[in-house]
Design a protein around this ligand. Sequence first.
Ligand code: SAM
Length: 317
Amino acid sequence: MDKKKKDKKIISGENRFDPRRARMGFAQSTREVKKASPAVLTEDFPALLSEIFLENGIVIPRGSGSEDDSPLHGNGTVKPGRPDTEDTDYMVLRNLSSFAAILIETNSLFNLTAIKEPEEIALLHFADSLKISDDIPKGARVLDIGSGAGFPAVPLAVARPDIKVTAIDSTGKKVDFINRAAKQLQLSNLSAVCGRAEELLSTVIAQNHIAGIDRGSFDIVTARAVADLGILYEICFPAVRTGGSFIAMKAEKGREEFSRGSTQFSKLGGNGGTISEYTLKHKDETYSRSIITVTKIEETPEIYPRSYGTIRKKPLF
Ligand code: SAM
C-alpha cells in the first residue's frame, strides 16, 4: 500500500487494534468485517447486544421470543455467548444476531446501509430501533415507511411477536432484502412492499390499496432517518388510523423540525405532538436522537398526500 493511503487509513482509525473487539472475535478493520463469519456473530453478538441494551435502557422482557429461552442446548451444553442477564429475552438477542449476520453478509455485496460494523449495528441500528418498542400497543398493526435495510421494522418484528409490521421502501433491493431476512428468521409478522409511500397512500393515484397499505388503517406508522419532518409528516400521516400515532425517529435536527411542525400537524388531523430526546451511548461514543409522536384526532383530508413534486416544492412546514 502506498504511504499516503496507509497514513489515511491510520488517521481514520481503521487499523486501530481494539483488544476488546479481538476478545469478542470481531473484526479489526472494515475489510475484515466483510469477512466476519455468521458463526462468530451468532455466537458472540448476543452478549455485546445485551451489554449495549443495558447501557441504553432497552429491556426486552423474558418470554418475548417465540422459542425456547433456555440457556442450555437440548444436549445439556451451555449455549455460547449467553448473556448474564435475567430480564432480557435470549431468543430475541439470538434472532437479532442472526439478522446482523445476514445484514453484514448482504451489505458486502450490495450497499444497503452505511452502518457496517457489528458494534455500530448493535447501537445505532438495533438499540435505536427498539427505543420505540414500549410506545407500540400490544397487537398493533405497524407500518414502517422508508425502512431501508429494515430499521426500525426488523428489530421491532423480532422483539415484538405480538405486532404485525409492514415495511415500505422505494428501493427494490432493500425490500427484497427485508423479505428474505423475514423468511430466514421465520418472522411471520413481517413483510415488505416496494413503492413510494405517498403514491401507495394517495386517494388519486391508481397505485393505492396494494398489499393492504390502506390509508387510515395503521395503529402506528414509523419512519427513521427518511426526510425532513415537513415532508415526512405528509408522506406518512395519511396511513395512521384515527386514535393511532405517527412516530418519527430523528437525529440532531429533531427539535428544530418539531418546533416548526407542532402548529401545522392539525392540517392533516394530528394533535400538537410530543418530542422526547435521548442519547445513545456505548463506551465513550454518544449520539443525540429524538422521537416525535403525533396522534391522529381527525381524519386526514383526502387531498393529502399530494404528489412528491408538490410536497417538495411546497412542504407543509
Ligand atoms: N429507516 C432506515 C434506517 O433508519 O436505517 C433507512 C433510512 S434511509 C436514509 C431512507 C430510506 O427511505 C431509503 O431506503 C429510501 O429508499 C426510502 N425512502 C425515501 N423516501 C421514500 C418514500 N417516499 N417512500 C418510500 N421509501 C422512501
